[in-house]
Design a protein around this ligand. Sequence first.
Ligand code: BDP
Length: 695
Amino acid sequence: EDGYDLWLRYRPLAGAERAAVLRHARTLVAPAAPSPTVQAALDELRRGVQGMTGRAPTAAGRAAAGAIVLGTPASLPAALRPSALAALGREGYVIRRMAPGVTVIAANTDTGLLYGAFAWLRAVGTGVAPDRIDERAVPKLQLRVLNHWDNLDRTVERGYAGESIWDWWALPDVRERRYVDYARANASLGINGAVLNNVNAKPEILTAPWIAKTAALADVLRPYGIRVYLSARFSTPLELQETDTADPLAPEVAAWWRRKADEIYRAIPDFGGFLVKANSEGQPGPQDYRRSHADGANMLAAAVAPHGGVVMWRAFVYAAENPVDRARQAYDEFQPLDGKFAPNVLVQVKNGPIDFQPREPFHPLFGAMPKTPLMLEFQITKEYLGYATHLAYLGPLFEETLRSETGRKAAQAAAGLTVAQVIEGAQVPGPLTGMAGVANIGSARTWSGSHFDQANWYAFGRLAWDPQASSRAIAREWAAQTFTRVPRALDDIVALMMDSREAVVNYMTPLGLHHIMGTGHHHGPAPWVADLARPEWNPVYYHKADRGGIGFDRTSTGSNALAQYAPGVAQRYADPRTTPETLLLWFHRLPWDHPMPSGRTLWAELAARYDLGVTQARGLRTRWAALAPFVDVRRHAEVAARLDVQAAEAQWWRDACLAYFQSVSGLPLPPGVRPPAQPLEYYKALRFPYAPGHG
Ligand code: BDP
């Protein structure tokens, strides 16, 4: 067990369980001349049943007891056709017993059948008896997309799992087997799109040789229901010296993009479209020509529209000209453009207003652009949560954002909407909905750099399918397929996963602190950094600690970023007493002796949180050690080694942050709090010149 098989392990079952699977999967019945997609479904069922029972089902022409029948309304005989298939749409499926011993997997499309096949295997893999499998599922979002921040030289921005899985150099001729396994893993979750290259894009990706490479990948992924997309650099035609400007309103520019889209679609008829990072962190964009984000997005949208493509335009923007509060900028720039985007544009918004921190409040744009499809962007790779060395199951982070009450309503609705409901399209009736996840996938044997990081890929996929799903249930499902189904061990693994992200928050950025990580690489604590060129690059900008107190005042007495939220939410967060403690210093600047609900002062509470984080990190290690009897030796040891690092680095975070905050507050350590192991200067002097994932 080296982790390569992900959650699709299909390890042998024993006794009655094996017998039951054998009884219900003796034969596979499928339409004659199956499409590549149906073939993929049949192959997966065969592989799964063979793995679990030692015997592969055989192909049969007729459904008898022991058959799994795959069919669409066109191919299923009436007696085997479940009701209400139309409501399944293009990607839904139903699994039902339609005759004694006959399991039917039905869908309107072959992709639906593939999803149904994976769902059947998932059910068996999580311990559901085959005769009890009865499932009907329809994805709530249309576009469920991984964003690979993969560079053309095969490095991966913010990647901690080895080099890019795309061997661009050898493409289009060499098509690695790994691409198929990647497609299988995604299809098992319902992920139906992949943006292949970094949002910090190079112009070359849109030249003929790279279009051919992209087309080769599209061919491999297509049978698995996955479309490819590319990140486009806004100034591409200008940089390729094929136009004299990149002004989106210049006719030659629009014409160039139309021709480029035509060229791409000739090679890839189902190309998904473009993802664009514009006027953000030095990337070119329409504002270079005094045009708006809508001008830029709509010009590209017009180029792909005739082919059914979309543009995913990112709202992650901040500029030096906005010194007051970086958290405000996306809303300030985008909200006024509501209603101005073409119908095939989605505005892609990060979960929080800063940048993928261990904890952020939900982004105020959710619910505030009722005429614009908003696509939620999560980061699966753990840029700010300890890379792939710390264990942090992100399901609870994703769920926290998705379940946040925006305080905004759909037209004529009485109740307010959660972020999940907003992205599901409650305000913008129409087909465009989606979720994006910045992938944590590389060519490491584990795919994700660690065994537990696979769970974050898994959780993203499952939540993109159903944004209202429970992260705990997802953890259980993943762990049962990945590690063990022994109930006691499974309970412990799930509990450990569910506690892990909060541990990270506690030892890194408790009580609403944020962005106090090391410069550039974002590894380790550096709350003291104050000398970088732009104010918002410096951690001191975010915590503002000095003798008088700590925290970012985003209320009306400060940056007033709070006013970007719906009145109900803004009101609640305006008062420290009604602000959740977890976000206190995000919204408020408070004196060190501010009384906390625990009865401690803020300073004592902060110290207590850091201590708790260390205790929790150590706890993950001891709890995992106790699971040794239930997990294979190699994977157990590989996880344990990382948990050792995590416990040590939690201590480092705690010590460095307390040493620093003490130095600025001038206060003695609260009673009972152990002094940091080293003087502050020691932590400040640490350097990480070859930290992975940043250029
Ligand atoms: C930040 C990363 C940076 C990305 C940027 C983005 O540090 O590498 O390019 O986000 O999302 O989180 O564009």
